[in-house]
Design a protein. Structure first.
Length: 277
């Protein structure tokens, strides 16, 4: 392995003027979020300048996964109801989906939606104040794969060629580049100015004990990722079910009864995933 590979890949993230998968609207959002008095209306006007993107954001916001009784009719309304971080995350998700679809990665999107649905269910079960953020964290958890295997085809091709299906995909990533898709996703989340509640589940969804500021959110996405892989909802590119962290499991607080209920609800909601493909 080239010892400078990790530095080189991170430099790609840091030096690209327009970050991979980052639309102009989200770049503007990233700068706008730092303003203390920014309004939901201003954010809505910005996103709605991109009509295709705003339509996709509203479609996700109005999905049955959230279960709001009344329709969210505008992006500004979505900001009020869901919060800025969730709407920003949904904007990123809508863009990432286009890239996955164009690259023939519908199974990765299906897996990501499955993890999002299950994370929302687990977050609600755990009494999270904002389980919608858990949904977005689940939706974005594998965003690093979009960069490694879609944007950086030279890197993705090397990993795919060297991969041994008896080992986890991230083991091959580490062996070749000393970097995993989770690392790349974490770098992107930092560059996008996402809060710790979204950044840490992306960065640590395979290593939840490493989370510092968003331990519960990270544990939820980790557990959801393992459960969804076991339920065979989509395929993230790895046929093996990742190991479950007992610490994360205990933090989420599931017992056999609540697990059965969560799995039943998730399996039912998975039936609607194809509506978003």
């Amino acid at each position: 392995m080239n010892p400078s590979a990790k530095v080189d890949l991170r430099r790609r993230i840091e030096q690209v003027g327009e970050l991979p998968t980052l639309p102009h609207v989200v770049q503007k959002l990233a700068s706008m979020i730092g303003r203390p008095n920014v309004s939901a209306e201003e954010i809505g006007i910005l996103i709605e300048k991109d009509q295709v993107l705003s339509a996709k954001v509203l479609r996700l916001a109005n999905s049955p996964f959230y279960g709001f009784p009344s329709r969210i009719a505008s992006v500004a309304h979505a900001v009020v109801v869901l919060g800025l971080n969730v709407v920003k995350g949904l904007t990123l998700c809508a863009t990432a989906f286009d890239m996955m679809r164009n690259a023939g990665m519908n199974e990765l999107w299906r897996h990501s939606l499955g993890v999002a649905i299950t994370s929302h269910i687990l977050g609600t079960q755990a009494g999270m104040k904002n389980p919608e953020e858990a949904f977005v964290g689940g939706l974005l958890h594998d965003i690093g794969k979009v960069v490694l295997y879609v944007k950086w085809t030279d890197v993705g091709q090397q990993i795919t060629a060297a991969r041994d299906t008896s080992h986890f995909l991230m083991e091959t990533e580490l062996a070749l580049f000393d970097v995993t898709h989770a690392d790349v996703g974490g770098w992107l989340a930092t560059a996008w100015h996402l809060p710790a509640s979204l950044r840490e589940p992306i960065l640590h969804h395979h290593t939840p004990s490493a989370a510092q500021d968003a331990k519960l959110q990270t544990a939820i996405v980790h557990v959801a990722d393992v459960l969804v892989k076991g339920l065979a909802c989509g395929n993230p590119g790895d046929d093996l079910v990742p190991p479950l962290s007992r610490q994360a499991w205990d933090l989420v607080g599931l017992d056999s009864h609540s697990l059965a209920g969560c799995l039943a609800q998730a399996t039912e909601e998975f039936q609607t995933i194809d509506d978003y493909l």
